[in-house]
Design a protein around this ligand. Structure first.
Ligand code: SAM
Length: 287
């Protein structure tokens, strides 16, 4: 592909900060991201936010089919022009948050193209990173791995272990659905325009079954959210103040005691196994 600066200038594109348009301007980094995604001809790849196609180009070379979802209509003709040689590219001009991934993407595959794997690769727009990742994890239309460029600080939260300041609801949600691994860091000068933060490429390998058994996912995530909603408070206070449980403070205290977790612990010290144990105990008690 031609050089990114040249394409932006030639097409008179004014990049929109509100859409997180920091384009990658480093072929070496693009190749390393696609290497981390481990894409082959048997794979279908969903790319979110292709921009003018720096990464899309490499994905189309390596993958069976590529679905590129871009919200900005101004970029679509440029993207189509830059990648006109690839018959395995499907461009979808939409907000990824508005798509039903199974209906709007997977069902478009021809019946003979049963993907060995659906993979996601994206240099994500930073204003909406967490909602996009949560949508993909929750709606999962048969994805087996995802590789994302995110803000370094978000990657640290996704991979955090109990006890630290980065550990929170995002860590638990990501680690319930997948095994996250930070692959490498990317400095601001690799983008046009340069973002104000360092970035990290992170890979999530999606679990076939979650690492813990919960009787109600809804209740599990409610409890996680309540525990971190008031993270300086003890579990007893955070859970009873949040109103997420039908039980009163005394009953909540009893469950915390019965599970051996204890009322004075803070949510940030609990492992995913302990959150599962707690939510199952509340489930047994009728919440
Ligand atoms: N992939 C390109 C690259 O690496 O150079 C561009 C990455 S840029 C960080 C993020 C891209 O996501 C932009 O092209 C932006 O227009 C697009 N985008 C922002 N919000 C989006 C949304 N809700 N749905 C789909 N695309 C979105």
């Amino acid at each position: 592909m031609d050089n990114i600066k040249g394409i932006i200038r030639k097409n008179n594109i004014r990049l929109t900060k509100a859409l997180g348009q920091n384009f990658l301007n480093d072929e070496g980094i693009v190749n390393r991201i696609v290497d981390a995604a481990d894409v082959g001809k048997e794979d279908v790849v969903i790319e979110i936010g292709p921009g003018i196609g720096s990464m899309t180009h490499e994905l189309c070379k390596r993958a069976g089919e590529v679905f590129a979802v871009e919200i900005d209509a101004r970029l679509i003709p440029v993207l189509a022009q830059n990648l006109k040689g690839f018959s395995n590219l499907h461009i979808i001009n939409n907000d990824v948050m508005k798509l039903d991934l199974k209906r709007d993407i997977i069902s478009l595959l021809s019946p003979e193209r049963k993907p060995e794997a659906v993979k996601v690769a994206a240099n994500l727009p930073y204003y909406i990173t967490t909602p996009i990742i949560m949508k993909l994890l929750e709606e999962n239309p048969g994805i087996d791995s995802m590789v994302f460029m995110v803000q370094k600080e978000v990657a640290e939260r996704m991979t955090a272990a109990p006890g630290g300041k980065d550990y929170g609801a995002l860590s638990l949600a990501v680690q319930y659905y997948s095994r996250p691994r930070a692959v490498f860091d990317v400095p601001p000068h690799c983008f046009i325009p340069q973002p104000g933060v360092y970035s990290t490429v992170i890979r999530l390998d999606i679990f076939k079954t979650p690492p813990v058994t919960v009787k109600s996912e809804e209740l599990f995530f409610k409890i996680v959210k309540a525990a971190f909603g008031q993270r300086r408070k003890t579990l007893l206070n955070a859970l009873s103040n949040s109103g997420c449980l039908a039980q009163g403070k005394q009953d909540i205290r009893q469950v915390l005691e019965d599970t051996g977790i204890g009322e004075s612990r803070r949510g940030e010290t609990l492992s995913i196994e302990q959150f599962a144990q707690l939510s199952n105990a509340f489930f047994e008690k009728g919440n």
